[in-house]
Design a protein around this ligand. Structure first.
Ligand code: BGC
Length: 453
């Protein structure tokens, strides 16, 4: 046995590729800003990478919405069905999580929608509303080209889904067809929306300055309130002043715009994903990939002999074995304490790790999550600068933001550096935006219909 050698300095050096200077971040901002402008522009939209889809949501909730609504939430870690009661001073909500088995995630679209309709029917039975004709809002968190509040054409699957026969078709119709195939439910689908949009709506319900919705969960995305006149792809004719725009910024970088800061680890993640070349920014930020990014770096350092005495374990060398929640757990240890880190390494069969190894592991986690927080911050700064409103609240949801111990602080610090002087912002954790947002969309749509009749 030799003396314990401290490899931390060399690990730090290897990790510098994860650290972006403000100059690099500002370059990312310039590129994202122009990608967003292209998405909005009539003549540039077709070839744009950041699509800036219109949500057809022009009325934000005003807090006066009332009634009982059903909601579906597909596209995060879980699929959920919810029933929501919007009352005078309360917001009752009951929900149930249903698994989407792997064979359904990658099977046919028909099987997916049949599964959803079946879960919905079971849920309605359990909640005694099987016979009722309720309004339903559908949170569907994948890139949709919306042609109206109840019509959305799927552009691509993300986050590990790849059901056949759905891309290019109207997802609302897919759901309605499945409900019709069963023949036992009567529902009105009142709206389809994205989880970022849902988050924006549910925060706006409580806080009138909320004009941006952000998701940093399994995937990543942001939406914001834009002037309708800047939405050049809108063909709605006479219209209201504002429109919620779903940027789908997860696709940023698909044309190489981020290549100047990507690492070998990013390229490897991409090559082994179900959607190579797609969702490049998302793959640097979101929960589906952060743990694996850390693992890839750790594996490289182990092979270089910088960690674990050069010895890994079968599990550690297996793709996907390092969960993103481990990153949050490891960084939750107090400085100098490695309790969670040790637990994680033991779970991975690395109980031979020394304290120096643990310090190295923690450093890699910090670098990968800091880079993610900075990239999100650059994106938010682009939106805040573009909107130019003196004060904006950002409603945020998603497991990475919610559970990572420092993400919020890292973002506050970096955004403040990147926005124009004089602008103010708040970051607000959203309580279940996807569920509430769907109910609110249904409620607002019902209200508008009543107004019109
Ligand atoms: C999807 C977005 C979604 C985001 C967060 C991305 O992969 O394309 O529509 O909002 O994940 O769930």
């Amino acid at each position: 046995m030799g003396m314990a050698i401290n490899n931390l300095p060399q690990i730090r050096e290897e990790c510098e590729i994860f650290q972006w200077s403000d100059k690099q971040l500002r370059e990312v901002m310039v590129r994202l800003h122009s990608a967003i402008e292209k998405g909005l522009g009539r003549d540039t939209h077709e070839s744009s990478i950041v699509k800036c889809w219109l949500s057809y949501i022009q009325d934000l909730p005003n807090g006066k919405e009332r009634g009982k609504f059903l909601a579906l939430d597909l596209g995060g870690t879980n699929f959920r069905v919810l029933i929501i009661n919007l009352g005078d001073n309360h917001f009752d909500m009951q929900s149930k999580i249903y698994a989407i088995p792997q064979h359904i995630m990658t099977g046919t679209g028909i099987a997916l929608f049949d599964h959803i309709a079946e879960c919905l029917a079971n849920f309605m039975k359990e909640h005694g509303v099987y016979e009722e004709r309720l309004a339903l809002g559908f949170t569907f968190s994948f890139p949709l080209k919306q042609l109206g509040l109840t019509k959305g054409i799927l552009q691509r699957w993300t986050k590990g889904f790849s059901c056949s026969g759905v891309v290019g078709t109207d997802v609302v119709q897919g759901l309605k067809d499945a409900i019709a195939r069963r023949g036992d439910l009567s529902l009105s689908v009142m709206g389809i929306l994205n989880d970022a949009t849902g988050t924006l709506l549910s925060c706006a319900h409580k806080e009138r300055h909320c004009k941006i919705g952000l998701i940093i969960g399994t995937g990543s995305n942001a939406c914001y309130v834009e002037k309708t006149e800047a939405c050049e792809t809108f063909e709605g004719g006479l219209s209201k002043q504002d429109m919620v725009v779903n940027t789908e910024w997860g696709a940023f970088g698909d044309d190489g715009a981020l290549d100047f800061v990507r690492t070998e680890f990013d390229r490897e993640i991409d090559q082994h994903s179900v959607n190579p070349g797609k969702q490049i920014q998302e793959k640097m930020i979101s929960g589906m990939y952060l743990g694996e990014l850390v693992r890839l770096a750790l594996v490289k350092f182990t092979r270089m002999g910088l960690l674990f005495g050069g010895r890994g374990s079968d599990l550690f060398f297996q793709r996907g074995s390092f969960y993103t929640k481990y990153v949050s757990e490891i960084e939750s240890d107090k400085p100098g304490d490695f309790t969670s880190c040790m637990e994680v390494l033991e779970e991975l069969g690395l109980s031979h790790a020394t304290e120096a190894d643990m310090a190295g592991v923690r450093h890699v986690c910090e670098c990968v999550s800091r880079r993610a927080a900075h990239l999100v911050s650059a994106g938010l700064a682009v939106l805040l600068n573009k909107m130019g409103e003196p004060r904006v609240t950002v409603g945020i949801d998603g497991s990475v933001y919610r559970f990572h111990p420092h993400f919020h602080a890292l973002m506050c610090e970096k955004i403040a550096q990147l926005i124009r002087p004089g602008l103010q912002f708040d970051l607000m954790l959203s309580e279940d935006g996807s569920g509430r947002g769907a109910a609110l969309v249904a409620a607002v749509a019902c209200r508008e219909i009543q107004k019109a009749t």
